[in-house]
Ligand binder design. Structure first.
Ligand SMILES: [Zn+2]
Length: 456
């Protein structure tokens, strides 16, 4: 079944910033075949294979599906803990809880987290999974199953930690792997699952956790592995001043200088957070093509600081948005990240620091660029993959806001009339249709209780 959307305000997010106040989009299978003003020309009917459904987009804003560049899905069952803590306090509280996760609990958590991402307009998400307990089963197969069930395009990254507390790291020894196990496990996940094809629904990245939880050897070896297998590299960086102090004490340099010294810059690398950067660090990211995932809500939740998002964007750094893990952002809504990115940028840099359209750019084509998918998705253009979000902006919350993009970014979260991923409907009438939302909520609550009880 193909889909035609008519009557919507369309923000294509193409390079020219084209918008159609009353436009149409024609999908054929998993591809966009036409975009334009007014009704879809009847001549398009012949180009669509098989039957098609016409979606009435009147009163709605059609955008590219939102792209989430940083997440920890397993944390969906550990939300609300250490509610008033710093990053390092929060981590040391949660590591022992996370040590109890396994294949079953990760499947439940990922299903919940992915379903909620769908409800908030996300069509492509990454995941950074760095807790791999011994005897916990196949946690990566579990989250990949969950992504297939919910129907989102998925870029999970195989995380790892090999620097436990006894060797000067932050995590307890019980949740870290040996360097060899981490590398072997990472290679295995890439070999089993990575699909480099242009239509890919599943790509794998390599993601040691952070400078304070992995050894320098693991960073170097992980970069070699990722480059040998032609996949992307991801980690947390420059999230807090505590981390900066850790790097200064241990390595005698800033986090970005440290990563540069181990070969971790380039267009195949993206860092989560990038909050504490000086001008020279921003210059390093810009000149090397290294990307960043801006996570304003998580950074505020943990009091980490406000990233220089406007400066990063102005410098030409490849920049996307991320919800970060559910344990440090209980809302986990990509729409909220665009809202907060705009507000925080202006609170920091004045009223012109970030426009609503720049925020939508970061949430769509910006994120696609960070993940190396800008040629295939992130904007509404013929030939691109059919990943779309249709937002209802004619209700009480938004009806008098003349500019639908301002309604989406500055107003409350609009009901999601439709979410289409790879040509398939995932959300219809503000409900996920691929999984049973109520059953997932019940499963999530039970998994949370079991995990917390296990940690004692
Ligand atoms: Zn994170």
């Amino acid at each position: 079944m193909s889909i035609v959307v008519e009557g919507a305000y369309i923000a294509t997010m193409d390079a020219a910033g084209t918008e159609y106040p009353n436009g149409h989009v024609v999908l054929d299978g998993n591809r966009i075949v036409a975009v334009g003003a007014g009704q879809a020309p009847r001549s398009e009917d012949a180009r669509i294979s098989g039957g098609h459904e016409v979606v009435d987009g009147r009163g709605c804003l059609l955008t590219p599906g939102l792209v989430n560049t940083h997440h920890h899905l397993y944390q969906w069952i550990t939300r609300g803990l250490a509610a008033d803590s710093t990053l390092f306090e929060w981590l040391t509280t949660l590591y022992p809880v996370w040590a109890g996760i396994d294949e079953d609990s990760v499947r439940v958590a990922a299903t919940g987290g992915l379903a909620w991402l769908a409800r908030t307009g996300c069509t492509l998400t990454t995941d950074h999974h760095y807790v791999v307990p011994r005897g916990g089963g196949d946690v990566f197969a579990a989250e990949i199953d969950a992504a297939r069930a919910v129907g989102l395009r998925f870029h999970p990254t195989r995380g790892s930690m090999d620097l436990g507390h006894s060797r000067g790291g932050l995590p307890p020894d019980s949740v870290v792997e040996t360097l060899d196990d981490a590398l072997r496990g990472t290679a295995d996940v890439v070999d089993r699952w990575h699909d480099p094809s242009p239509d890919s629904m599943l790509r794998i990245g390599v993601a040691p956790c952070s400078p304070f939880s992995v050894t320098t050897d693991l960073l170097r070896e992980a970069a070699s592995l990722a480059r040998a297998k032609d996949v992307r590299l991801h980690t947390h960086l420059a999230e807090t001043l505590d981390e900066e102090q850790y790097c200064l004490d241990r390595f005698g340099c800033t986090p970005i200088e440290y990563m540069e010294s181990v070969g971790w810059t380039g267009p195949d690398v993206w860092f989560a957070h990038a909050v504490h950067l000086d001008d020279s660090a921003i210059d390093v990211l810009a000149t090397t093509g290294t990307g960043a995932a801006h996570c304003p809500t998580s950074n505020a939740r943990l009091g980490a600081g406000i990233a220089r998002a406007a400066d990063l964007h102005a410098a030409g750094v490849s920049l996307g948005l991320g919800v970060d893990g559910a344990a440090s952002n209980e809302a986990c809504s990509l729409r909220d990240e665009a809202h907060h990115a705009t507000l925080f940028a202006r609170a920091r840099g004045g009223p012109r620091a970030m426009t609503v359209r720049t925020a939508l750019e970061l949430a769509t084509i910006g994120g696609a660029r960070v993940l190396g998918r800008a040629g295939e998705l992130g904007s509404i253009e013929p030939g691109k993959l059919a990943d779309l979000a249709l937002w209802r902006v004619d209700g009480l919350a938004h009806a008098d806001i003349a500019d639908p993009v301002a309604a989406l970014v500055l107003g409350g979260t609009p009901p999601l009339e439709r979410l289409i991923v790879d040509g398939r409907t995932v959300v219809d009438g503000d409900r996920v249709v691929t999984v049973d939302e109520d059953a997932v909520a019940t499963d999530v609550a039970c998994a949370h209780d079991r995990l917390v009880a296990k940690a004692g």
